[in-house]
Design a protein around this ligand. Structure first.
Ligand code: GLA
Length: 392
């Protein structure tokens, strides 16, 4: 009996430890959440803007809902000094980055910054090539908690080698720094980046539109959804596919499309980096970004990326299994007319006779108990997102 108990104990310990061993550094065990300056402000960054965004995250309740990393994207840096140390724009960041990081920390938030694996960033600021260890040390001294590392101006460089070099430098810095790999999915980072960084961009740059595409590689929300569809096996605690930062609230999407965008990022277990002006956010946008039941789907401890289980004439069903045995399901209408869409229990791994509770995550209401299937009318470009909990 005793030895049986002992075996039981060892097995349970293993079950608890294995996911942590896989995410050895313990960073980003759930998808990182926060705010990034790029989508709305591009190069127009300053310490005033970053402070304002951080204050708004706190005041709006977004911090309490889980948004914790405040990340300055490109254009904070202007040159290197005589010792090769990176220098922040003295006009836009007069107090310096270390002081800025401290004040972000004082608000109970974490602080992130941006660089590039090449000679210059995408906005032609100094890149980190040849300065990896020095930059990682500087970031650690400044109190940086998150580095987004881009891929412009990298002629002749190997992606895996370049990202591994900075990944090692960050680890050697002695400070836990989440490493966000940004080579746009060009060399399939989902195959090589686990263990190097905690998240990797899987696609080109998101644009503030539903289905546009730019000749330089930028793309709207639906194209990103399609590119993410087959990547579900590669995501998990400490290693996330990143479909890019959110465009929710930036003006190019209808409310229905904004909700669909956010729902899919949650179903994908995507990093949720708000990309809007959080200081001037309409209540209906804040309600989307702060839908705690959708956020709970994103942050679910199982860390599985959702996948598509049925697709017919622009009507799709997607599912994400959750740690408590329930399923998050998206009924997605890509067409231009309202349409009824149904999810069949067998498509989401449930026995047809099973009775399951269905909760609508946007209405924030229980819809009832159903067996076999659940059907709802879905607006064009919209979703009905539900959580289906089997009752045994
Ligand atoms: C690339 C990245 C964007 C942003 C810009 C900054 O395009 O993919 O997310 O960081 O560079 O220049």
């Amino acid at each position: 009996m005793r030895s049986l108990l002992r075996v039981g104990l060892v097995v349970s310990l293993l079950l608890v430890m294995v996911p942590f061993a896989l995410a050895a550094d313990g960073l980003a065990l759930t998808p990182p959440m926060g705010w990034n300056s790029w989508n709305k402000f591009a190069c127009n960054v300053s310490e005033k803007l970053i402070q304002g965004a951080a204050d708004a995250l706190v005041a709006s309740g977004m911090k309490d809902a889980g948004y914790q990393y405040v990340v300055i994207d490109d254009c904070w840096q202007v040159k290197r000094d005589a010792a090769g140390r990176i220098v922040a724009d003295p006009e836009r960041f007069p107090s310096g980055i270390k002081a800025l990081a401290k004040s972000i920390h004082d608000k109970g938030l974490k602080f992130g910054i941006y660089s590039d694996a090449g000679t210059m960033t995408c906005a032609k600021r100094p890149g980190s090539k040849g300065h990896e260890a020095q930059d990682a040390k500087t970031y650690a001294e400044w109190g940086v908690d998150y580095l987004k590392y881009d891929w412009c101006n990298t002629d002749g460089q190997d992606t895996r080698d370049a990202y591994a070099k900075m990944g090692q430098a960050l680890r050697a810095s002695g400070r836990p720094i989440v490493f966000s790999i940004c080579e746009w999915g060009n060399t399939k980072p989902w195959i090589w980046a686990q263990g190097i960084g905690q998240l990797w961009r899987a696609t080109g740059d998101i644009q503030d539109c539903w289905d546009c595409s730019r000749n330089w590689g930028g793309m709207g929300v639906v194209h990103i959804i399609d590119l993410m569809a087959d990547l579900y096996p590669y995501s998990g605690p400490g290693h996330w596919n990143d479909p890019d930062m959110l465009e929710v609230g930036n003006g190019g999407l209808t409310l229905v499309e904004n909700r669909a965008h956010f729902s899919f990022w949650a179903l994908f277990a995507a990093p949720l980096m708000a990309g809007n002006d959080v200081q001037a956010m309409k209540p209906e946008i804040r309600d989307i970004l702060m839908n705690r039941e959708a956020i709970a789907v994103d942050q679910d401890s199982l860390g599985m990326q959702g996948r598509k289980v049925s697709d017919s004439s622009a009507r799709q069903v997607w599912v994400k299994p959750l740690a408590d045995g329930s399923r998050a399901v998206i009924l997605f209408n890509r067409g231009s007319e309202e349409a009824p869409i149904a999810v069949a229990w067998e498509d989401i791994g449930l026995y047809p006779k099973t009775k399951a509770r269905v909760r609508d995550l946007w209405k924030k209401a229980d819809v009832g108990a159903f067996s076999g299937r659940f059907e709802a009318k879905v607006e064009p470009h919209g979703v009905v997102m539900v959580r289906i909990t089997p009752q045994f």
